[in-house]
Design a protein around this ligand. Structure first.
Ligand SMILES: Nc1ncnc2c1ncn2[C@@H]1O[C@H](COP(=O)(O)OP(=O)(O)O)[C@@H](O)[C@H]1O
Ligand SMILES: [Mg+2]
Length: 234
């Protein structure tokens, strides 16, 4: 896996060969789809590999993220102590203002991801932005596209490999806009299996430049050990 970092999910590494170094990958999906858990896999694997990781969370407190990680046996406090991990809560007030503005149509409009990249240290190897949805929702599509390009550029300039999480606070069209700026994109979904009538979790690996990717949905589960890849489906 030269020029790659482990995704932290063995079955996914087997499928796509890890995430390309110094590139940004978008993880999208509805609430509860597993985006934060997937980001945590990557953060933990990076810390374990001796890299430094900055995790910027907009909606969950560091305490909540730590207890989610603990469910899977990951001690984030330990990585913080050794300086591998910086877990930060970003812009609670700004995110709330952006949401209110989107909801009530107040004149306040968020037009920049500046609050994110102000918090990204220049010397970090890995960055997780979880998530951009609440900020992006207040932006016009052309502004969002420009801001995404800028954010992705800034991340590559400092040589960071990053996961950018986007939830479905964004419309599908807005999410498509975001997808153009990134090097890779994975969507996490739940769907009804037409044969068993049971709900299952699948990921759609939409794109990953320079990599061979499965065309079929990838079936996975969330267990006490986190995300487990089951198989590719059709
Ligand atoms: N220990 C666990 N065992 C099984 N499933 C879990 C466990 N912890 C969390 N989950 C599942 O993961 C889901 C949340 O995933 P998360 O990554 O937080 O979603 P998202 O960030 O996409 O909103 C929960 O809805 C729950 O179903
Ligand atoms: Mg989440």
């Amino acid at each position: 896996m030269e020029n790659r970092l482990s995704t932290g999910i063995p079955g996914l590494d087997d499928l796509v060969g890890g995430f390309p170094k110094e590139k940004s990958i978008l993880i999208s999906g509805s609430p509860g789809a597993g985006k934060t858990i997937m980001a945590l896999h990557f953060a933990v694997a990076s810390c374990e590999a001796g890299l430094t990781c900055t995790y910027l969370a907009t909606e969950e407190s560091p305490v909540d993220i730590k207890s989610q990680a603990e469910c899977f046996g990951w001690d984030l406090n330990e990585y913080e102590k050794t300086g591998r991990l910086k877990l930060l809560n970003v812009l609670e007030r700004q995110v709330k203002a952006a949401k209110d503005s989107a909801k009530y149509g107040s004149p306040m409009e968020i037009t920049t991801f500046m609050p994110f990249y102000n918090r990204i240290p220049a010397e970090t190897d890995v960055v997780v932005l979880d998530n951009i949805g609440s900020l992006a929702v207040g932006m016009k599509p052309e502004v969002l596209r420009a801001q995404m390009d800028l954010l992705v550029y800034k991340l590559s300039e400092i040589g960071a490999t990053s996961i950018i999480v986007s939830d479905e606070a964004l419309s599908e069209r807005t999410n498509d806009v975001v997808m153009y700026s990134v090097y890779g994109a994975i969507r996490l979904m739940r769907r009804e299996n037409p044969f068993t009538n049971k709900r299952e979790r699948v990921m759609d690996i939409i794109k990953l430049r320079t990599s061979k990717i499965p065309l079929d949905y990838v079936l996975f589960d969330i267990t006490s050990q986190g995300i487990k890849i089951i198989s590719t489906t059709n």
